[in-house]
Ligand binder design. Structure first.
Ligand code: TXA
Ligand code: MG
Length: 319
């Protein structure tokens, strides 16, 4: 029997019993539990096979809930919250002692966001506690952008995946922290760097694996298909020079003359980076299910969400 359901009341009842429930957000599906339940939070780490030092994002439905969680809210954090919440922006803020160390990996900061998904906002409104939720994929695998992706990963471990349709933004939230009140970007995501800079001015970018201690999720290999995956500048010239037989392709906007069918995933025929971002993970899931010899992805333009897409493709292809 399927564990996918529209039943918000069932999700509430499970969460109140310290269970873990998969929830939809506008970015990717999350594995959610009560931040104050040690049992629920330990189960999240266990189901995901995630190391305990890698902290979780806390999801709330309103800014006034943050009073219980954070001890500082810098001016520029406020500007970003006003501009982008509800939405795919995560802020790293100084935490209050009442936020359990299990959520924050023992750090003195906590990651918070208000997601922009009607089902999960309704769920959060009906709960007496915020939800901690990492992406609902096993550690190092591709994040899920549909309820069926989550079910395929965890049908034996979860009682419920709350249905919310396909995730519209399609890659994880952009993560911003603060140093002396100034914003620092720790993870490229669904809000483009340029959009953030319009609100708070120039950003320091610390998205690379050298910075892993600050944002412990930023390991070089992450979000990876099980099929060997390559990132190339020019797909046609790769195809002309390769010996691989069963090849899958991720292309931005162009069809590939020599290959057809579901092995070619064109992320946005119109050349729209937002649309491409929303289709990226579902295309990787699809290609990874075909038993191919190799997946070849085209490098995207290094602007707007193209930077976030390239970041995920680099992590998918890093070995
Ligand atoms: O879009 C998203 O953000 C999704 C949805 C479900 O909200 N969640 C998500 O969670 O991507 P997760 O756990 O897969 O990634 C959270 C990232 C990790 O890289 C983690 O290291 C970082 O946030 N993080 C969490 N708390 C932090 C903290 N206090 N300081 C620095 N980085 C933190
Ligand atoms: Mg993740």
């Amino acid at each position: 029997m399927s564990i996918i359901s529209n039943d918000i009341q069932k999700a509430i009842s499970l969460l109140n019993q310290e269970e873990v429930v998969a929830i939809p957000t506008e970015t990717v599906y999350g594995l959610a539990g009560n931040i104050y339940s040690e049992k629920a939070i330990r189960k999240i780490f266990d189901v995901k096979q995630r190391p305990l030092f890698n902290p979780l994002i806390v999801h709330v439905h309103a800014v006034d809930q943050l009073g219980a969680l954070v001890s500082e809210f810098p001016e520029k954090a406020r500007l970003l919250a006003d501009a982008f919440w509800p939405g795919p922006l995560t802020l790293i803020l100084k935490k209050k002692p009442t936020v359990p160390d299990l959520i924050t990996g023992g750090k003195n900061s906590v990651a918070v966001r208000i997601p922009r998904h009607p089902v999960t906002l309704e769920l959060l409104r009906q709960l007496d506690f915020p939800l901690a939720a990492p992406s609902a994929n096993p550690f190092n695998r591709i994040s899920p952008t549909s309820s069926s992706h989550v079910e395929a990963y965890f049908k034996d471990r979860l009682k419920l995946v709350l249905e919310g349709g396909e995730c519209q933004a399609g890659i994880e939230s952009t993560i911003i922290g603060f140093e002396d009140g100034e914003p620092v970007l720790y993870r490229l995501g669904s809000i483009a760097v340029e959009e953030i800079e319009e609100v708070v001015g120039p950003l320091s970018i610390r998205n690379k694996k050298e910075h892993a201690p600050e944002a412990p999720g930023m390991l070089a290999k992450h979000y990876a298909p099980q099929t060997k995956t390559l990132l190339v500048e020019d797909i046609d010239s790769f195809l002309q020079n390769t010996d691989y037989a069963r090849i899958g392709v991720i292309s931005f906007s162009e069809k590939i003359k020599s290959l057809a069918g579901e092995r070619v995933q064109v992320l946005s025929p119109a050349g729209d980076l937002k649309e491409a971002a929303s289709n990226l993970y579902s295309a990787l899931h699809k290609l990874d299910s075909l038993g191919l010899d190799i997946i070849v992805a085209q490098r995207f333009p290094e602007e707007g969400l193209g930077k976030s897409i390239n970041d995920r493709l680099e992590r998918a292809t890093s070995s």
